[in-house]
Design a protein around this ligand. Structure first.
Ligand SMILES: Cc1cc2nc3c(=O)[nH]c(=O)nc-3n(C[C@H](O)[C@H](O)[C@H](O)COP(=O)(O)OP(=O)(O)OC[C@H]3O[C@@H](n4cnc5c(N)ncnc54)[C@H](O)[C@@H]3O)c2cc1C
Length: 289
């Protein structure tokens, strides 16, 4: 087997597609936790209109099967080194592509987790168009007012009715001035719950079509670290070909670049797969990694 791809969301499937079409033998593992699985649609993905995350991945799986990619539906717990390759799930492979993605740590406010992906979202580029010109709340991340303000300023381009709820954080004069210029209103009371908007601790409610939140992101898997790859600021460090600091191990999509939207993650994976194929070719011809 040439390559094990670990993670089968958009990045992993695209890497497998590009490698399969390059006539590489590919084994792909996935344990079904695509980051956007709570959302009803994938937006801002060229050619994918009104497609759910599940449907997009199901189509991807059908596509990669046509090029001989084998898919195993389970979590990879360990990867070991053997000779000049690796052993993944008992199978010897020449290269490993990590497409294990991220998970989102949500603000610890009642109602946020229940509404996640539907009434509660994070990214205006993913979900802003659908609620343009409507009343929107940007719920700040308590203790991180800079990030909260930056997100509210971003969201203000989709609607002129945006309220930043700082959940108890005070803002500086400069921050308030910038929000005023952008037309963003500010509420600094503590938030008791999120439900069709927010409810403040005092009991008052503020209705909104969507509540946008600020999340903290974490790697879904520690395989990169356990393989010895450098991980900095929550991202696996790679070069332009997706090569990690460990020869033969690559990282694609949000595993390597956390801010990528779905199509960017897939695009990155395609670029890296081309590099993997080229490196395998060099190795075929007697070169090393
Ligand atoms: C609620 C929400 C909605 C979003 N909506 C949009 C949108 O509309 N448009 C858009 O462009 N972007 C959207 N995004 C962002 C989008 O989800 C990401 O850009 C995209 O999912 C990144 O894909 P990825 O392949 O890099 O990683 P992920 O989607 O995170 O996938 C990683 C995969 O690896 C698997 N995995 C992890 N560890 C292992 C292991 N050890 N063994 C086997 N499998 C493993 C997981 O199960 C998962 O399937 C949204 C994000 C969220 C949170």
């Amino acid at each position: 087997m040439d390559v094990a791809v670990i993670g089968g969301s958009v990045a992993g499937l695209q890497a497998a597609l590009t490698l399969g079409r390059a006539r590489r033998q590919v084994l792909l593992f996935d344990d079904g936790r695509a980051r956007n699985r709570a959302a009803s649609h994938v937006h801002n993905y060229l050619g994918a209109l009104e497609v759910s995350p599940d449907e997009l991945l199901a189509r991807g799986r059908q596509q990669v099967a046509e090029y001989g990619v084998e898919v195993r539906d389970h979590r990879v717990e360990d990867v070991s080194f053997e000779d000049d390759g690796f052993v993944v799930d008992g199978v010897r492979v020449r290269a490993v592509v990590l497409a294990t993605g991220l998970w989102d740590e949500l603000p610890d406010v009642p109602g946020v987790a229940d509404g996640w992906g539907q009434s509660v979202v994070a990214c205006p580029h993913c979900h802003g168009w659908e609620v343009r010109d409507q009343p929107l709340v940007q719920l700040g991340l308590r203790g991180a007012p800079d990030r909260s303000v930056a997100r509210a300023l971003l969201l203000s381009r989709w609607s002129d009715d945006v309220v930043l709820c700082t959940d108890g954080d005070a803002l500086t004069g400069t921050q308030l001035d910038r929000l005023t210029v952008a037309g963003v209103k500010v509420r600094t009371e503590r938030v008791a719950a999120v439900a069709s908007g927010v409810r403040f601790v005092g009991g008052e409610s503020l209705a909104a079509w969507r509540v946008f939140v600020v999340v903290r992101q974490h790697q879904q898997s520690d395989l990169a670290e356990r393989l010895g790859c450098q991980v900095t600021d929550g991202a696996v460090v790679v070069d332009e070909g997706g090569r990690t600091t460990v020869p033969g191990v690559y990282a694609v999509g949000t595993t390597a670049a956390p801010t990528l939207l779905a199509i960017g993650a897939a695009g990155h994976a395609s670029t890296v797969a081309v590099a993997v194929h080229g490196d395998l070719l060099e190795s075929d011809l007697g070169g090393g990694w």
